[in-house]
Design a protein around this ligand. Structure first.
Ligand code: 13P
Ligand code: SF4
Length: 302
């Protein structure tokens, strides 16, 4: 059955000059049909550089919306438009406007996990992979508002030594990775390295041997001589880790770190979106230019 659906997907993809971009948190079968799998930054860069006419984005809303902002002339599809990001929805534009009024000289750095209306009020975007470089690119005498992930913001403030004005947002999935779970796994696997995503709460980040984006965690495991790793991020990443490193062992730090929104994309929905070339993600013309500018500024940073 899956095989049949996959075959049709491959056929339609060619016929319709389509690229399938998939995030590491997607279901294994979706990662396996992706033309390109990556973290948020990799996927954003890929969306900016593709020649395909159609982009099927296997991820969540803000990712497809960013791809649509970058590519006004392409058809950008999110196979399930209900695949949102609760953290992105924690930043409301009217509240950000109020905070900006309280800090008129501040530079607004918005995590890519935000909606276009919030990006339109921001100066520069970042992902978990380049947040340090983005913050370090801002002159030292400027105040910085960091929206919406307070855990990533707290971590970046610590490693850059820059005081950031934090937003009270957080990822409901990484919030479920508790320090006691990590301690428990560490007791069972004393030789294992602890790798965590910076969306995790500070107490968890403080226990880590390595902190990085999904892409950086994958690179670290590939290059490391260690054999066991406790993984503190969404469980979809385990598929790629196991596939790339069959001789190493990966232990999830929490059984509850599953993003339901990421899992809304199924093979059947990808096939249906290729058949109908929908649902297309469109951005309100009134905010398009303002929302695109912070993404382009981010992409200029290496
Ligand atoms: P990265 O892919 O940038 O590590 O981000 C994880 C994430 O939360 C995507 O929603
Ligand atoms: Fe949003 Fe967290 Fe899911 Fe990423 S893992 S899409 S931040 S809810």
């Amino acid at each position: 059955m899956n095989h049949d659906v996959e075959r049709k997907i491959q056929q339609l993809k060619k016929e319709k000059n389509t690229v399938i971009l998939a995030h590491y948190y997607q279901l294994p079968e979706i990662q396996d049909i992706g033309d390109f799998i990556g973290d948020s930054l990799d996927l954003c860069r890929k969306a900016a550089n593709t020649d395909a006419e159609v982009i099927v984005f296997c991820g969540v809303w803000f990712m497809a919306e960013s791809a649509a902002l970058i590519n006004p002339d392409k058809t950008v599809i999110l196979p399930d438009p209900q695949a949102g990001c609760p953290m992105a929805d924690m930043a409301r534009p009217e509240e950000l406007l109020k905070l900006k009024e309280q800090h008129p000289g501040a530079v607004v750095v918005c995590y890519i996990n935000s909606n276009a209306e919030v990006k339109a009020l921001s100066d520069i975007c970042c992902t978990s992979s380049n947040a340090q470089a983005v913050v370090e690119s801002i002159p030292g005498d400027r105040e910085i508002i960091f929206v919406p992930d307070r855990h990533l913001g707290e971590y970046i403030a610590e490693i850059t030594g820059r005081p950031l004005i934090l937003w009270p947002g957080y990822c409901i999935v990484h919030q479920r990775i508790l320090p006691e779970y990590v301690a428990e796994e560490k007791k069972i696997h004393p030789a294992a390295l602890v790798l965590v995503h910076p969306e995790c709460p500070k107490e968890v980040v403080d226990m880590a041997d390595f902190v990085g984006s999904t892409g950086k965690i994958i690179k670290f495991c590939r290059e490391s001589g260690a054999k066991e790793f406790i993984i503190g991020t969404e469980q979809g990443i385990l598929h790629q880790l196991k596939k790339q490193n069959p001789e190493k062992s990966f232990i999830p730090a929490s059984d509850f770190a599953v993003c339901r929104n990421m899992k809304k994309i199924t093979l059947e929905k990808v096939l249906s979106s290729l058949e109908t070339l929908s649902p297309v993600i469109r951005v309100d013309e009134a905010i398009r230019d303002d929302a695109l500018a912070p993404i382009m500024r981010m992409l200029e940073i290496r």
